[in-house]
Ligand binder design. Sequence first.
Ligand code: NDP
Length: 319
Amino acid sequence: MELELEMEKVQVLIIGSGPAGYTAAIYASRAGLKPVLYQGGQPGGQLTITNDVENYPGYPDGVIGPQMMMDFQKQAERFGTDIRYGLVTATDFSSYPLKATVDEKHEIEAEAVIISTGASAKWLGLPSEEKFNGKGVSACAVCDGFFFKGQDVVIVGAGDTAAEEATYLSKLANKVYMLVRRDEMRASKIMQHRVKNTANIEILWNTDTVEIEGNDTVESVRVKNNQTGEERVLEAQGFFVAIGHKPNTDIFKGQLDLDESGYIKTIPGSSKTNIEGVFATGDAQDHIYRQAVTAAGSGCMGALDAERFLAAKEVELVD
Ligand code: NDP
């Protein structure tokens, strides 16, 4: 037990194993920084719950999400990243070196920390939503909309994401039903205007999802008007949930500057946070693009920023 409490010193600690974390690992290990990467509760991140990924450059025939993340991991391992299964449960950035606790017991001291903890899509919580996940149910229209070309789809949500994704889907699908739980939308006026003026989007106000139905894949969606109680069955092959994302940043509260939704604030054009030596990458700091390729790009930025930071520290020590 005592051994577990011993402090381990590492040069670069990477928290998270999505495209951002693994890309940071590839760059940091190739730069000789001997990174240690903790995979977190969902090794491989959000892409492990996606089927085909067709928009990641370099895979002309597409690739399934879990395979892609295994490829990322292999590439990071090839250059010597120490990849470990474990969840960072606490951090202490109040002094330098930076500190992190893994699985509530293993203490780590790091010269630089790259945060790539991602975000999680919010779900309605219906059992059928889980049953059909990847079989017609998706939380990413840009990733999966293409598979519903010419078909009918349902999207839930009334914020900017839902409005944007409904518009995106309307260009691919035959018909888009948009379920709004109130009698108004939260989305910005311009986004609402676009949705309301798109011929093949039908907005169902005051409407909740009762159940997603089908055999192996989604075939229809049972909905209910929450004012009248009236139920209706919508024939649809796709069901998109766009009710928001939650960045996985709870452990950094009170230490890093976060925006009102919990996303880590970075200095524009960099991965730098308000704490020296702590860099934020991927969806934990990006609520706008949220793509595998943009997360990977920002992971690269995190590693390069960490490398420069450590090089400058070394000069400081010599001086
Ligand atoms: P939001 O939190 O803004 O909106 C979530 C929406 O989902 C709300 O309309 C909410 O309804 C609805 N909702 C939540 N839970 C449920 C539920 N259980 N059942 C049905 N509906 C539900 O999230 P977004 O992802 O849309 O946006 C996040 C942030 O990102 C915002 O600040 C947004 O402006 C920004 N953004 C900007 C974009 C742009 O500028 N291009 C594009 C995308 C996002 P209710 O309103 O009733 O609470």
